[in-house]
Design a protein around this ligand. Sequence first.
Ligand code: DC
Length: 230
Amino acid sequence: MADTQQKRVTVAIDGPAGSGKSTIAKRLADRLGFTYIDTGAMYRAVALWAMRQGVDFGDMHRTEQLALAAEIDLAPGRIALNGEDITEAIRTQEASNGASKISAVPGVRRAMVAKQRELGERTNAVMEGRDIGTVVFPQAQVKIFLDAALAERVRRRLVDLTAKGEQIDGEELAAQMKERDERDSTRADSPLSQAPDAVYLDSTGMAIEEVVENILKVVRARMTNGREYH
Ligand code: DC
């Protein structure tokens, strides 16, 4: 495999909040034996740190400093910030909105994208986020744009939050998710968008396994010559 020395496979999954990216990406990574990388969790970690430090999400300078200084460790299913396990702490609605705001800061994005490339270059990975196929790994061999109807995405998120004991009204959640999608899709730096070579998949009404199988078909189709991974 002279021409594929150190060649890593990246499966990029982008899409809006609640489209099922995390669930699907995790299962897919398990099936393929790849590393699962949740890039949204990284922005959430920086947002959490800013909240704790009383740093305004719009403060470009201080948020970038936090992003550069943040020691983020991703282990399967866990995330640590500066040595502290923050897996649960980043899953609140406040952290979701904070991550969306802080991720619009170009300096924060630069710092996170550098970390993400470093992680992705080390291993075969399923990486999910908003700009993986467009900015972080535009050369990714497989790109999926995962979508679902807003009502379904809200329903899924409501189930998640309620299971964690967070109380939020469905309409309020819908409004917040709409606002977050709008911000993530219209920001100047790396907005959520479908890469031209990404496969669009609408998961509304689909079972998890069905979505996973569909993506596995795309993976196999793009890897058929057997040179890409082993
Ligand atoms: O995927 P998530 O809901 O955990 O992401 C939280 C926020 O982080 C999301 O609203 C936008 C931002 N984000 C981003 O800008 N780029 C990424 N690659 C991943 C997440």
